[in-house]
Design a protein around this ligand. Structure first.
Ligand SMILES: Cc1cc2nc3c(=O)[nH]c(=O)nc-3n(C[C@H](O)[C@H](O)[C@H](O)COP(=O)(O)O)c2cc1C
Length: 292
């Protein structure tokens, strides 16, 4: 059970440590760290970011320090924090996910695992697993079997039927479902006549994707009984409240942290203010309110 419903989104808040001097990050509901793989990764060629109308394209390609450095260097810091830290994991094979989950099991400072089956920026694995119900369920089942930690499975919008994928991961043992990851996109530099990103394609995030994310949360909340963590373009408290009213039990703030690092805390305080204004004592009164 979280102290409050506001989390950071993976890949937009580092390991949390980078932000701890900017505001009191301990006040957040949870911190989700950068996607972690078995081995360290350098990520994709530059340029890896491009601004678009109301959005951001990224093709980071899971640059990260690898699971062993995370356990050695980051987990001991997290163990002293009040705010729970969720480790986001990604693999190129199903076996990679199993190994990561069992390695993280029982490590002090790690409260849960978010299984990223939705990264559009790596050649093998990633979003491929999340695009169809069968492989999404397979990854979920092996991670569940490999750890006693709660698992959140993070879905991709780049699929033909997100409700089917959600039902499959729920049946395979997910404890919660996070959605959405970025939408696949691209931009072209017309003077160079070349794609703007070094990786050619990237993932679109930010306010531009909010209506899509909101719709998908609404859709999935109608078919699974698990807690849903809504994510995608949340910048203000009213954005967050829309996701909660669509059926999300918690939300994640991502790209908004790049323009205002304290955005997650501002969103939290705005939700509290809204509840006070509306005379609501318990957030559960708002969850799914737009569905009734
Ligand atoms: C620069 C960047 C890096 C990201 N890295 C990851 C990652 O490592 N793992 C993951 O599951 N999602 C990653 N994401 C996706 C976000 O966690 C989030 O799902 C997505 O950006 C939509 O939310 P937003 O519009 O609030 O940013 C990344 C997003 C951005 C912008």
């Amino acid at each position: 059970m979280l102290a409050n419903p506001v989390m950071t989104a993976s890949g937009t808040f580092g390991y949390g440590t980078e932000y701890s001097h900017l505001f009191d990050i301990q006040k957040l509901g949870a911190i989700v760290c950068k996607g972690t793989t078995l081995e360290p990764r350098d990520g994709n060629p530059q340029p890896r970011l491009a601004e678009t109308a109301c959005g951001l394209l990224n093709s980071i390609g899971l640059q990260n320090i690898g699971v062993e450095a995370l356990i050695r260097e980051k987990a001991p810091i997290w163990a002293s924090w009040r705010v729970p830290v969720i480790v986001n994991i990604a693999g190129e094979t199903i076996d990679n996910y199993a190994k990561l989950a069992s390695r993280l099991d029982g490590v002090a400072g790690i409260s849960a695992i978010e299984v990223n089956i939705s990264c559009p920026n790596i050649k093998a694995g990633g979003a491929e697993f999340g695009a169809n119900p069968k492989s999404a369920a397979e990854v979920t089942a092996v991670v569940k079997a490999a750890t006693s930690l709660p698992i959140l499975v993070k879905l991709t919008p780049n699929t033909s039927d997100i409700a089917e994928v959600a039902m499959a991961v729920a049946e395979a043992g997910a404890d919660a479902i996070s959605l959405i990851n970025t939408l696949k996109g691209m931009a072209i530099d017309i003077t160079q006549r070349r794609p703007l990103l070094g990786n050619i394609t990237g993932g679109l995030s930010g306010p531009a994707i909010k209506p899509v994310a909101l719709y998908m949360v609404y859709e999935v909340a109608g078919v699974v009984g698990l807690p849903i963590i809504g994510c995608g373009g949340i910048t203000t408290a009213s954005d967050a409240i829309e996701f909660i009213m669509a059926g999300a039990s918690a939300i994640q703030v991502g790209t908004a942290s790049f323009t205002s690092p304290r955005a997650p805390l501002d969103v939290l305080q705005g939700i509290e203010q809204f509840m006070k204004q509306e005379g609501i004592n318990n957030i559960t009164d708002l969850i799914g309110a737009a569905r009734r």
